[in-house]
Design a protein around this ligand. Structure first.
Ligand code: NIG
Ligand code: FE
Length: 417
């Protein structure tokens, strides 16, 4: 029988497979790729002697993890809100600013006024910052257009980023993010427009992979959110929810009832909400960047989530208001320091559980048959990915089996014994 023929073979690596609990570490390992998928992995000494590869390199003890996945971002927007940052530092709260007509609505004005090209040009550097840290899949939401054409514009920009950069983009329609000024005092009419016109048109153009809403005292009510979810279900689109960020609305239970992929934020979630998420297999997406940036004090109930077996993902929530952060690694650090996750939980949150939050079963773990989206790191232990702050140890990225220019030089690595 002739030997295996692979496209790429990485030898003398240390793998954090992220399969099972912990890192799923495999020392002195090899990993082979064929047709963009992982074709073999295991101890280097067990490599089939007859196997050959078109390209082979030695990782020299570098760690290999699944490519990172940022499963919650509002990456596409125009302008910024540094002025509101200043206001909050002199006493105004995020909710005060939103109620006074600032907040999300001020980014809506800027985003509506921006051309597609401007939006693209402003989002691209943010995307590059994330890619330079090993991100290979990113979710991008709409929600700063709040009208048919401007929501579609945002999602087209997101799709274009996915075509022009070496990253997989998953898009989420977030029409129910805030009430646009022209619907002031008429939130139910706006939800009618979202359900009857905007969402069906967005879905028909293939612009959304999922549907999200902001259910909170400055967002939409559970009853309004339910209507959005029913419209999504009719179009067979999966749902997720900005839930219990500033108050407990029972959004987690509602989302679980619709089999939501994820509930995100969750600082105020109740035990009943956590139980409902556990039953539905809904992932908890924790967003420590928003918690940090808004100087919140109430942390999400991590122990409850653990006790009920709810998977926890970590994302940047990159947006101009509550989390102007373009570093997923910094968010791993904050998940540990602010929310008390272990570094292994944090890394699982940016790999396997982030994949779960996007409904992507083909990635997030190093395992035969999964996509060969890999990040190689100049580190001595995977806990370092959450430990450093403001330091990027990425060595190189392989995406679907092909090397990707990461913008970061391949540094010589001395493995630490
Ligand atoms: O995830 N909470 C609602 N949405 C965003 C913030 C958006 C904004 O302030 O522009 C969030 O925190
Ligand atoms: Fe968000």
């Amino acid at each position: 029988m002739s030997g295996e023929r692979w496209d790429l073979l990485i030898r003398r690596a240390r793998l954090a497979t992220m399969a099972g609990d912990g890192y799923g570490a495999l020392d002195d390992a090899a990993l082979a790729v064929r047709d963009g998928r992982i074709a073999w992995l295991g101890p280097d000494r067990e490599l089939p002697a007859s196997a050959t590869a078109a390209e082979e390199f030695a990782a020299d003890g570098r760690w290999v993890t699944p490519g990172l996945i940022d499963c919650h971002t509002h990456l596409v927007y125009a302008g910024n809100r540094a002025n509101e940052f200043e206001m909050r530092l002199t006493g105004a709260t995020y909710a005060d600013i939103a109620r006074a007509g600032g907040g999300i609505v001020s980014t809506v004005k800027a985003t509506r006024a921006a051309s597609e090209q401007t939006l693209y040009a402003q989002a691209a550097p943010r995307l590059c910052a994330l890619l330079a840290e090993g991100v290979t899949t990113i979710e991008i939401k709409s929600g700063y257009g709040l009208a048919m054409e401007t929501e579609a514009k945002m999602l087209r920009v997101a799709r274009r980023l996915g075509r022009e950069f070496a990253v997989d983009v998953r898009t989420t329609f977030l029409g129910a993010h805030a009430l646009p000024p022209e619907f002031a005092g008429r939130p139910d009419d706006y939800i009618d427009a979202v359900c009857a016109h905007m969402l069906p048109a967005i879905a028909a153009e293939g612009l959304a992979d999922a549907v999200d809403a902001f259910c909170d005292n400055i967002g939409f009510t559970p009853a309004q959110t339910r209507r959005v979810f029913e419209a999504a279900r009719a179009l067979r689109l999966p749902v997720k929810l900005h839930a219990e960020q500033l108050s407990d609305q029972g959004g987690a239970q509602l989302a679980a009832e619709f089999g939501a992929l994820s509930c995100d934020h969750l600082e105020y979630v109740s035990e009943a909400g956590v139980v409902a998420m556990a039953r539905a297999g809904t992932v908890a997406v924790l967003l420590p960047g928003a918690f940090y940036f808004l100087r919140e004090t109430r942390v999400p109930p991590v122990d409850l989530l653990r006790r009920h077996g709810v998977a926890m993902a970590i994302a940047t929530d990159c947006n101009p208001g509550s989390s102007p952060i373009t570093s997923l690694l910094a968010c791993l650090n904050m998940a540990c320091t602010l929310f008390r996750l272990t570094p292994a939980e944090a890394l699982a949150g940016a790999t396997r559980h982030a994949a779960g939050a996007l409904g992507l079963a083909d990635r997030g773990i190093l395992e035969n048959g999964r996509r060969a989206d890999l990040a190689l790191w100049n580190i001595g232990h995977p806990a370092e990915l959450a430990y450093h702050l403001g330091y990027n140890p990425l060595s190189r990225v392989i995406r679907q089996g092909s090397p990707r220019a990461s913008g970061v030089a391949l540094l010589p690595h001395e493995s630490e014994q």
